[in-house]
Design a protein around this ligand. Structure first.
Ligand code: PLP
Length: 373
């Protein structure tokens, strides 16, 4: 743990805090942060170069503060691909440097208590903590499902202003059914709260986006990102889809000119032909099915995934062969040049689906470790 010097007036509640983040270790096979493993296609690369180059001339000026053109492009993407036939425009879209910044703005704009689930995306509670907000976590069941009765009871008792749910969930990969989301939304709107649906892995999911509920209820914010399926994590661009009143509220808390000219130009170039960036989604889903089947052959317990990663266990106590704790298995893989993610749920590890060759190396290392006497 870091010890802070006396002279530093750091906030007391941060004294024992650790910065978020998976270890960024330089290894041959990196399957720990759920990115798309394929690089930006060359046609997109050429367009980005052109747009960025054209915008260099205006770098002496601040960017479009409201990023209208970019938000319109995101709305067009939603209307044509996420929820075909919908009619959102820039007023329904907020964009920021990664969906993490969008999430932070949501906490800044909307007050009070917040509730989420566990295990789920840890940044929801971490952002709440840095902003001195309460954040209660409701445990998922043993099979990582939402316990609907327990959750509704909690919501009715606590009346949280913000309820966060992630679908497909990270780290489990499981989708939350639209039926469950609809009930949570009704419950939140009945006391004037908001439901925040984090769909960072939406493009991999076989389920329709929760955006479809915006027509019947205003109490919904759907947060998405270009960091995962779009193979665009380095750009840092996330967005929210919501009723215009919600977006207006987010505008109140944004930092001026938060989205740089180059970020806007890069994202615009990418969204022009979004299909090219999403071209590898099917390939990744096929690889996921392959890796899941191979893990099952090793008698591991694999949670059904609707995303680009797998959460697996069965290497611990109940395993008849060699037994590992999560941290031990994680280290044994790292010793063989394969970095996956230990999210702190004992008995389970998470692996991102990589290129075919990377998946093979991961599986070979795992086979070797689990069958060593
Ligand atoms: C990766 C991830 C994000 C963060 O994405 P950025 O847009 O890169 O900030 C948000 N939510 C979940 C559930 C994620 O897994």
């Amino acid at each position: 743990m870091q010890s802070w010097p006396e002279w530093l007036p750091i906030r007391e509640d941060l004294l024992n805090a650790k910065p978020y983040g998976a270890p960024q270790i330089d290894v041959a096979v990196k399957l720990n942060t759920n990115e798309n493993p394929y690089p930006v296609p060359s046609a997109v690369k050429a367009r980005i170069e052109k747009q960025v180059s054209a915008s260099i001339d205006s770098l002496n000026r601040y960017p479009d503060r409201d990023a209208i053109q970019l938000r319109q492009a995101l709305a067009s993407y939603v209307n044509s691909s996420v929820l075909p036939g919908s009619k959102f425009d820039s007023k329904n879209i907020w964009a920021a440097n990664g969906s993490n910044e969008v999430l932070q703005s949501i906490f800044l704009a909307f007050g009070g208590r917040s509730v989420g689930f566990h295990p789920s995306y840890s940044m929801h509670s971490l952002i709440a903590k840095t902003l001195l907000r309460s954040f209660n976590q409701i445990a998922l069941t043993d099979t990582f499902e939402v316990d609907l009765d327990l959750t509704l009871e909690h919501i009715e008792r606590d009346k949280p202003e913000l309820l966060f749910i992630t679908t497909p969930n990270n780290p489990t990969g499981k989708s939350v059914s639209l039926g469950v989301i609809e009930k949570l939304l009704k419950s939140q709107s009945s006391h004037g709260g908001l439901l925040i649906v984090d769909e960072a892995y939406g493009e991999f999911s076989s389920q329709m986006s929760a955006i479809s509920f915006l027509e019947e209820s205003p109490s919904l914010v759907v947060v998405r990102t270009l960091s995962k399926a779009f193979a665009f994590a380095g750009t840092r661009l996330g967005y929210a889809v919501a009723r215009s009143e919600v977006i207006d509220a987010l505008t109140l808390v944004r930092l001026p000119y938060h989205l740089g000219t180059l970020t806007q130009a890069t994202a615009l170039a990418a969204l022009e032909e979004y299909g090219e960036l999403l071209a590898d989604v099917e390939r990744i889903k096929d690889s996921r099915k392959f890796v899941a089947a191979e893990l099952l052959k090793l008698k591991l317990d694999v949670i059904e995934s609707d995303a680009n990663f797998l959460f697996f266990g069965g290497f611990g106590e109940n395993n008849s062969g060699r037994q590992f704790r999560s941290g031990e298995l994680w280290q044994a893989l790292l010793d063989r040049g394969v970095l996956i993610r230990d999210v702190g749920v004992e008995g389970y590890l998470r692996v991102t689906i990589g290129r075919e060759k990377e998946n093979e190396i991961f599986l070979a290392a795992l086979r070797e470790i689990l069958t060593l006497d």
